[in-house]
Design a protein around this ligand. Structure first.
Ligand code: 1GP
Length: 248
């Protein structure tokens, strides 16, 4: 692993940054990726995240290589399993699914990929990954066979994040799951912000007002997947958010 904190420092530096999540299971054609890159660069988004619940190694490598060869934007891995790793990325979110009690997602996948990741020249960011109920059964809850934390159980969410920090996690990633009906509540983000660790939030975020509110609540990075898969021109609307950010 690379002894650098470059991507971690970028994530920490500002609130309200935007990550476009690319699921290589769904977007893996050259033309699609070209369009995504072009519009994401125009929109001045901050990061590409790459990962998914049901991705093959070939799809994963193809997409990571394509993005790093064709865009200057940082490529950050958001792996759904131990085979979703690549030395071509700028960083790996080294996720432990600490809202769940499935040992495979707490340590199993990590052991399977440790040897490879250890020797990769890639920044590794230990991340407390916390699933919050978003009103529908998400792929990640199904695939990991874990139960998300109910979104109104603030103290469980907060204590889970605290336990993650005590274990050495540098980032908190709260996820309502791709396609969630309800994103992680703003209140949860503002409570987590009191822990003074960078926060990434994703799942079910589809509106500019939601992004603004999550930024105000204290989220460093807001992840958008589904909405852009459905309507790539949402990236043009996102330009408004990124413009405002430079003014601040
Ligand atoms: C990443 O799961 C999210 O954390 C992405 O969710 O696809 O609903 O934007 P969406």
């Amino acid at each position: 692993m690379l002894d650098t904190t470059k991507i971690f420092d970028l994530i920490t530096a500002k609130k309200g940054q935007i990550a476009v999540l690319i699921d290589p299971d769904k977007s893996n054609k050259k033309e699609e990726l070209d369009k995504l890159i072009e519009k994401s660069e125009f929109a001045d988004i901050d990061f590409f995240f790459v990962g998914g619940s049901t991705v093959t190694r070939e799809q994963f490598e193809y997409v990571v290589n394509y993005l790093s060869n064709n865009s200057e934007l940082p490529v950050v891995l958001f792996p759904g399993a131990s085979h979703q790793i690549s030395s071509r990325a700028d960083a790996i979110l080294y996720l432990s699914l600490i809202s769940g009690r499935n040992p495979d997602y707490l340590i199993g996948h990590h052991v399977l990929s440790a040897n490879e990741i250890y020797d990769m020249r890639v920044e590794v960011i230990p991340t407390a990954y916390i699933l919050i109920d978003g009103g529908t059964k998400s792929s990640v809850a199904y695939v990991s066979q874990t139960t998300p934390i109910p979104s109104d159980k603030s103290s469980i969410i907060l204590n889970t994040a605290k336990a993650g920090i005590l274990q050495g996690k540098k980032l908190i990633y709260v996820d309502a799951g791709s396609g969630a009906i309800n994103h992680v509540p703003n209140k949860v983000i503002s409570e987590l912000a009191s822990l003074n660790k960078p926060i990434i939030v994703g799942g079910g975020i589809t509106k500019i007002e939601e992004i603004d509110a999550l930024q105000k609540a204290g989220a460093n990075v807001i992840v958008i997947g589904n909405k852009i898969e459905e309507d790539i021109d949402f990236l043009l609307d996102l330009k408004m958010v990124t413009k405002k950010k430079w003014k601040n």
